[in-house]
Design a protein around this ligand. Sequence first.
Ligand SMILES: Cc1ncc(COP(=O)(O)O)c(C=O)c1O
Length: 342
Amino acid sequence: MYSFRNDYSEGAHPQILRALIETNLEQTVGYGEDRFCQEAAELIKRKISRGDVDVHLIPGGTQTNLIAISAFLRPHEAVIAPLTGHIEVHETGAIEATGHKIISMSGREGKLYPSDVRQAVEAHTDEHMVKPRLVYISNATEVGSIYTKDELKALSETCRALGLLLFMDGARLGSALTSDKNDLTLGDIASLVDAFYIGGTKNGALIGEALVICTESLKADFRFHIKQKGALLAKGRLLGIQFTELFRGNLFFELARHANAMATKIQGALIALGCPLLLHSPSNQIFPILPNQVIAELVAKEYSFEVQKRMDDDHTMIRLVTSWATREDAVDEFIADLKKLL
Ligand SMILES: Cc1ncc(COP(=O)(O)O)c(C=O)c1O
């Protein structure tokens, strides 16, 4: 019995909880202007090696996406996103509700490529259509893949040549950056995109995402946008304390590395058992295609996971997600059960 359903099933890392308790009786100013939020922003800037970015702490991922994207766009402008993108599939039309169309492109393995972006731009010719202005990508993607430096560079160059903004959803950035297959640094990302965020919710924090705005023209009045969308927490310290702990040392990266290691272990076992996968995932989400009977037996053993897609009459794709808190003994037991069933 164990849950591989998602990476936000857990509470917070003990070091973060401890910091919340230890600072509990300290009185601070509100709305993100306290010393913890300032320290968190400084620590993040140092990790990026850039003093000229703005950092805003926002409670959740959907909020960050909709506040940033709607702030960056003029009323007639649209966002290009992969078909599997979180804003396209899982945000209840939050972007559209701000008045901006999502132009979804098929991409490959959850990623957008320059050809997708060019195709979207070429299909929008005049003022009778929306105007593509921003490209949304996520890293890691919703199917577990990650961007290489060359891929992100190519996308960035294409966006700059076409006058488009590039925005990276980093709800799982920790997993992407600590993947064995990763060759990007936080500094590379800051130089290649206009804005991105660093996800805390799925990587050790109780809640919280750190939005980093890199392009000067996008920075003005951003706190007004956060407040107008209801996301400027009076108790902003809650976010500041958590991100200070994540970035004071290397906790953020250590936690993500553990999540990846657990996923790699499960994926390796599945491959050895001959199980097909949606793709060889380099991150903490894996998508095996299993016989329905095996899925039923795993459910009977009270394993919990998302059932994603029926592949044929006898096979279904599931999603397994590991986290900073996934226990290795639970992974070993799961693998032992898989060996018995497959
Ligand atoms: C890639 C990605 N972006 C954004 C979100 C949204 O985060 P939240 O549920 O905090 O709104 C998620 C959540 O699953 C996600 O996977």
